[in-house]
Write a protein that binds this ligand. Sequence first.
Ligand code: FBP
Length: 549
Amino acid sequence: MISPLQKARAAYQPKLPVALRQGAAVGIQQGEPTTAVADVEKIRELFPATFGSPVLTFEAAARPAALPAVNVGVILSGGQAPGGHNVIAGLFDGIKSLNPDSRLYGFLKGPDGLVKNEVMELTADFIADYRNTGGFDMIGSGRTKLETEEQFLKGLEHCRALGITALVIIGGDDSNTNACLLAEYYKKNNAGIQVIGCPKTIDGDLKNEWIEASFGFDTACRVYSELIGNIGRDANSAKKYWHFIKLMGRSASHIALECALQTQPNIAIISEEVAAKGMTLGQIVDDMAKVVAARAARKCNFGVALIPEGLIEFVPEVKKLIAELNDLLAQEAEAFGKLTDAESKTAFVAAWLSAGCAAVFQSLPKGIQAQLCNDRDPHGNVQVSLIETEKMLAEMVKARLAEMAAEGKYNGKFSTQTHFFGYEGRCAAPSNYDADYCYSLGYTAAALIGAGKTGYMANVRNTMRPASEWIAGGIPITMLMNVERRHGHDKPVIRKALVELDGKPFQTFAARRAEWATETAYVYPGPIQYFGPSEVCDQVTRTLELEKA
Ligand code: FBP
């Protein structure tokens, strides 16, 4: 059974940029050759076959008589983001427009499916049930890193068996870095397989002057903002709780910033600012406690505070601690693996750390100490979504307020509720923006395949305008790369786009936050609207609106 909304959404026909409306066989305008964001010579050396390709812009073209049929494989990689199914639907419709005999295969459970040959053909009937739906359940996703020659060769063998000559990898910065490595390897070895990437992640940190947004950011932020608005209204009704809300976003604070702009909470921490100011945990807690005290002085013993998921890695002293912990967990993996209880693990760690880091480690609540020692993800990242920063800060602010009360600087009540919004938004039915954007990205990927391109990321821009004015094309993935130190080695990776403190979204927030801290100026965005007046259904994020203003 499907819900009435699902039924109505199934009938929604996503919009396409004009250049793609006659099909995926398009005219192409080539820009100037490109370079990399940094470490240009190194990237050129590492990607001799794909480096320097031009930016491509599509133009509508007269439909050619017949293009050869193409077999394409698609992979969903990393965390779920609303709209992934529409990328696949757009890709399917796009390759069928090139030639109705084209076929689409879905590798199951992420990049692993390519390596292990777990694959299924995606037919029109099968895809129909997933159009305009959230989730990645059509073929599943995974976080396996595609980076070894053995994996590339396995992938090649499995593609050849199905006659697949193009792969589309839908993922974030790490997955598109892998797409770039794969494209280079296949091109260098004349394997006859094109590789195209698509920018996905609710975190919003895969963007640059060409990529206006990673898909899923719009929908996820709308879901979180609805919830934050509801909580703000509850807080303002009951007037007895401070709500500490952690928001997903492994590293960058784009989600926290966008939600702050949409809802006007009393506090929103932006990790990038914490790092730039070199703030300690103590200073963050102090600032928060001051806002609580200022509101208490106005008899407002309630509030809403937004905390970005990645915060602790941006606090310089904690970042240093995590770096030492990463080394420890890598070097002492065997000895550490033998420890079974949290107490012996934290004792082992405290003895191994430098004096400064050990002091920071000891200052953290016990639960957080244990969470910092947990396993890393396959890319070596601390699994920040498992670290309960919102609870840690609630505890620390409470302790600070007790000190302030003793000093006569605070006279109020402080009761907290903590929340973590992440999974609530990752699989929501895509907003009109994400439904259209994703379908267009998939269709664009088909056009890049039809044009014989590889090592490109599908690209749709001018998206704050109506879809009829969107511009589609491709950018070489090498253009996004630089060299970074990962696990003790220099590696070519896509540079993460963090919140820019001199950018308009942050500046707008910074200009208003003092007022939002003391006033109760909450905005209640309400749920995503899929049908109705354009001003409520087709808004873009405040971030995009301000960046492109
Ligand atoms: P991607 O970067 O793969 O899109 O994932 C984003 C994200 O939702 C982060 O915001 C979060 O930290 C992480 O995934 C959680 O992943 P998991 O559920 O696999 O632990």
